[in-house]
Design a protein around this ligand. Sequence first.
Ligand code: B1M
Length: 219
Amino acid sequence: MSNSSNSSNSILQQIAEELINGEEERVAELTKAAIGQAIPAKKILEEGLIAGMNVIGARFKQQEIFLPEVLLSAKAMSAGVEEIRPLLASESSVTAGKVILGTVQGDLHDIGKNLVSIMLKGAGLEIIDLGKDVSAAKFVEVAKKENASVIGMSALLTTTMPVMSEVVTLLREQGLSDKIKTVVGGAPLTREWAQEIGASAYSADAGSAVEMVKELTRN
Ligand code: B1M
């Protein structure tokens, strides 16, 4: 392994470690330093920030850590994302379309949704971000009012995933399924489940969400 890839690996590892420790300022500093080393934003995101957050998720599941620690790491993650935000946006190419985006009702997890938002904006799409805890009725109401072509929904809890199905049903009942497409994503979802509820597309990560939305807005 070359010296430069050694040093890029070690700074990404440090980012993950400081994120796990919930050190918001250190994560921001190290992310800036990684940008200074010309490490691509996507690599910083995946191998530093998300890698750290995955460790937190596993420890939380094993009850080795609790909500206050998770929250500190989530803040550290957001601080890192803020640093790479302009780069993530500019690493994508330009397209067009209007997307209503949000985390579904009952769900307060918005880090992944915010990443999807950054990437879609970077791809030249117009995003109306409704934030978190968004009801099915609200998604559909705003999509109609704004004449949007896509509704993008994020869910991180198995208990909130059914809200996505409600949106698909509402669109079908109102005869809007052809006009307004749906993209769903979030850690507990699977492609099979998305197909089962009749969503137009499923994305496993923010990068593929851009591809999916581009595909759907092309039709
Ligand atoms: Co909570 N949480 N949490 N949490 N949390 C999870 C999701 C959990 C898996 C942890 C665990 O047990 N291992 C578990 C859910 C279990 C389940 O339902 N299967 C869980 C739980 C149980 C809870 C609470 C119920 C805990 C409690 O109160 N007892 C509670 C619920 C609150 C609520 O929402 N009502 C809770 C609270 C929290 C915090 C507030 C402390 C915090 C969220 C802070 C915030 O978001 N502002 C938090 C966090 C941080 C997590 C973990 C550790 C990390 C989530 C994250 O940000 N990942 C998470 C464990 C885990 O997922 N490993 C966990 C990083 C992010 C970049 O990834 O969001 O997956 P992700 O997004 C990815 C893809 O999924 C995809 O692209 C993104 C980027 O690549 N994607 C899309 C996401 N949305 C998309 C939309 C798209 C396309 C792709 O198209 C539109």
